[in-house]
Ligand binder design. Structure first.
Ligand code: PBG
Length: 336
């Protein structure tokens, strides 16, 4: 039998509010915290421009020159971000995406620049896909009828992986959602001696309208059709994502990704519960643009909304978060 004073009748014994009373108490009991080292900054580098080009639909984001890219990467490293993921925007595109695996292509040059500039402190990753490099804007080679040819595309991806590896990339991140892409890339890398180069697979990537602003940033909007024939349908439950993840792990993926983040927190949680490899989540361009637009209109508190979204992504199980706010947030976190 409990002894001692008892609460007067009608008063609650349990009061969750006790631990919320002061900032110090809240800080003490908080257990979901984004950390700078877990943030990855996506960056765009554009060939043949004298100055960085602002991305209109992503205020604060630019298509960098090689020079401005180096400087922005140094700032990210200074802020303590854990990684950078690079997207190349070539001056010339063709049906095969030739510049994607050209040793002198913009992305390969920029990889080497970044590895030299920050590669000792920050993990230099590259997105591995064709859509930024093809004139038709699809993530693979096309058949005569205009379908994306899965298996012919795998050969291109294998070649791109080798070009990025030779440029010194520290993680490759295939994002094209072709079946068998991780296995094809792993085999190519291993065959050329890059057995230690990790693959971060965009495993559960949905055909999302939240990629809208990215297609400006990377100049890769499909010239016809859409990506629904290869990216996942948002209307399917998380079981499909788990299957994609399992296939990628069986093919040798070292870490997996869910993308986009905020509209797919259920998928993120399911994946985080199912696997024991690091799980990344990509807070994509549309997620960024919506917050920036609402904040610019004075409708939401920008910093609080940013932090709340990152906390939510973390709480849903992400070990690694790709976000265009990485440098800003890492700086703020470091200040406490
Ligand atoms: C494909 C790729 C895309 C994004 C990352 N990699 C575009 C797409 O699949 O259409 C989107 C990222 C974002 O929206 O921030 N290379």
């Amino acid at each position: 039998m409990a002894t001692g004073p008892r609460p007067a009748a009608g008063f609650p014994l349990a009061r969750p509010r006790r631990l919320r009373r002061t900032p110090a108490l809240r800080r003490l009991v908080a257990d979901v915290r984004p950390h700078p080292a877990d943030l990855v900054l996506p960056m765009f580098v554009k060939e043949g421009v004298p100055e960085p080009v602002p991305v209109a639909s992503m205020p604060g984001v630019a298509q960098h020159t090689r020079d401005s890219l180096r400087k922005a990467a140094a700032a990210a490293a200074e802020a303590g971000v854990g990684g950078i993921i690079l997207f190349g925007v070539p001056a010339v595109k063709d049906a095969r995406g030739s510049s994607a695996d050209d040793p002198d292509g913009i992305v390969q040059l920029a990889i080497a620049d970044l590895v030299a500039e920050v590669g000792g402190d920050v993990v230099v990753m590259a997105d591995l896909c064709l859509d930024e490099y093809t004139d038709h804007g699809h993530c693979g080679l096309l058949t005569e009828s205009g379908d994306v040819d899965n298996d012919a595309t795998l050969e291109r991806y294998a070649s791109i992986a080798l070009a990025q590896a030779r440029a010194g990339v520290q993680v490759v991140a295939p994002s094209g959602m072709m079946d068998g892409q991780v296995g094809a890339i792993r085999a190519a890398l291993d065959g050329a001696g890059f057995t230690d180069l990790p693959v971060l697979a965009y495993s559960a990537k949905y055909a999302s309208a939240f990629y809208g602003p990215f297609r400006d940033a990377a100049e890769c909007a499909p010239q016809f059709g859409d990506r629904a024939g290869y990216q996942q349908d948002p209307a399917r439950s998380a079981a499909e994502a788990l299957r994609e993840v399992a296939l990628d792990l069986a093919e040798g993926a070292d870490a997996v990704m869910v993308k986009p983040a905020l509209a797919y927190l259920d998928v993120l949680r399911a994946v985080a519960d199912a696997v024991d490899v690091p799980v990344a989540a990509y807070q994509v361009s549309g997620e960024y643009a919506m917050v920036e637009a609402a904040a610019a209109a004075g409708w939401v508190d920008r910093e609080r909304v940013i932090d709340e979204t990152l906390t939510a992504i973390r709480r849903a199980g992400a070990d690694i978060i790709l976000t265009y706010w990485a440098t800003e947030v890492a700086t703020r976190l470091a200040r406490g």
